[in-house]
Design a protein around this ligand. Structure first.
Ligand code: MG
Length: 126
């Protein structure tokens, strides 16, 4: 099963996403900050990162910049506030797969994760 890393400074969101994806059978790891996310990517690279944009300290873009120095293969879905088009454009430069705007619909996010993981697996085969 695919391994997900959820990066969000809000405990409630980490819990929600942990429960939603653990239930689906994914291996789920959590990080509460950009720094923690970088350590986790170094230690055990995930297949997919769900990355919050707004975090104290390192934000999602800064974290993604550091993650890409370590691993340029990991797929990333960004979680942004509605209307942050400039930030999304910046994130696209770092090879994000998709983005969702907060507040997100958990059912849609599950489908997006499922589709992204499927595409990754398919790409490895072809
Ligand atoms: Mg946040």
């Amino acid at each position: 099963m695919a391994k997900l890393l959820i990066v969000d400074d809000q405990l409630g969101i980490r819990r929600l996403l942990y429960e939603a994806f653990n239930e689906e059978g994914y291996e789920v790891d959590l990080a509460g900050s950009g720094q923690e996310a970088i350590e986790k990517v170094k230690a055990a690279p995930p297949d997919l990162i769900l990355m919050d944009m707004k975090m104290p300290g390192m934000n999602g873009i800064e974290t993604l910049h550091e993650v890409r120095k370590i691993n340029d293969a990991v797929a990333v879905i960004m979680m942004t506030a509605y209307g942050e088009l400039e930030i999304i454009a910046e994130a696209v430069k770092f090879g994000i797969k998709e983005y969702v705007t907060k507040p997100f619909d958990i059912i849609e996010l599950r489908e997006l994760v499922k589709r992204t993981i499927f595409e990754l697996a398919h790409k490895e085969v072809s």
